[in-house]
Design a binder for this molecule. Structure first.
Ligand code: ADP
Ligand code: MG
Length: 238
């Protein structure tokens, strides 16, 4: 299941401590947003969860399983990046199917999953196009589709909307919320945009300098900020 439990997590690069004593308990099906200023360690935390980096200390569990020792490719996790790096020479259909083809899944299963992703993400009419023939928002939806067909129990998003213009960002936010309601999958979502955090999250972890300052619902953070940093960042009345 998609419950994520992190305790005592630390990460250093060389001698530099980038994350310290991170604890986080994400419920199955919850939408959690990690927010904080640039350089505070959001992407590093996400990359640790994805298994793209190794922790210096601490533990990450998904359900009952300690995932630190599970090879990244065997983790039940899919990550969507900021520059979603689609394969330019492949059709949308092929891009979405990529992970399943690589795993040698049966043709019928691949077709069914691609069709389902295309329906949910409203990409049906675009399946035979190449990424170069799509708008930014459409490309972003293809990147999400590519993650979706793997049926992960947890989705990780690293600033997926930051390359889009304001209008499209607004629209994609609504689409992400709808997608979360439809799939019911656990989501851990990184942004430096507090408005995005407040509109998307069930709970928000506010980070600063490699630590979590406060973890709570948007209303809790707004009405009972733990300190001035959180208040200032969330925009609570002083
Ligand atoms: P954020 O995503 O919140 O902007 P990052 O997690 O990317 O922050 O970075 C946190 C800190 O860790 C920064 O000071 C960054 O320079 C440092 N850092 C990230 N990755 C590496 C790396 N591979 N080697 C050395 N330092 C890194
Ligand atoms: Mg980052």
């Amino acid at each position: 299941m998609g419950r994520l439990t992190i305790s005592g997590l630390g990460k250093s690069f060389g001698g530099m401590e980038v994350l310290r004593d991170i604890a986080l308990d994400v419920r199955d099906g919850e939408f959690v947003v990690l927010v904080g200023p640039s350089g505070c360690g959001k992407s590093t935390l996400l990359r640790l969860i994805a298994g793209l980096e190794e922790a210096t200390e601490g533990e990450i569990r998904i359900g009952e399983r300690v995932v630190n020792d599970v090879p990244p490719k065997d983790r039940d996790i899919a990550m969507v990046f900021q520059n979603y790096a689609l394969y330019p020479h492949m059709s949308v259909r092929r891009n979405i199917a990529f992970a399943l083809r690589a795993k040698g899944r049966p043709k019928e299963e691949i077709e069914a999953k691609v069709a389902e992703a295309a329906r949910v993400l409203e990409l049906d009419a675009l399946l035979d196009r190449r990424p170069g023939e799509l708008s930014g928002g459409q490309r972003q939806r293809v990147a999400i589709g590519r993650a979706m067909v793997r049926d992960p129990s947890i989705f990780l998003f690293d600033e997926p909307l930051s390359n889009l213009d304001a209008k499209l960002r607004h629209q994609m936010r609504a689409e992400l919320k709808k997608l979360h309601r439809t799939l019911g999958t656990t989501i851990v979502y990184v942004t430096h945009d507090q408005l995005e955090a407040m509109t998307l999250a069930d709970r928000i972890a506010v980070m600063r300098g490699g630590r979590i300052e406060q973890f709570g619902s948007p209303l809790e953070l707004y009405s009972r900020p733990a300190n001035l940093f959180v208040a200032g960042f969330i925009g609570s009345p002083a």
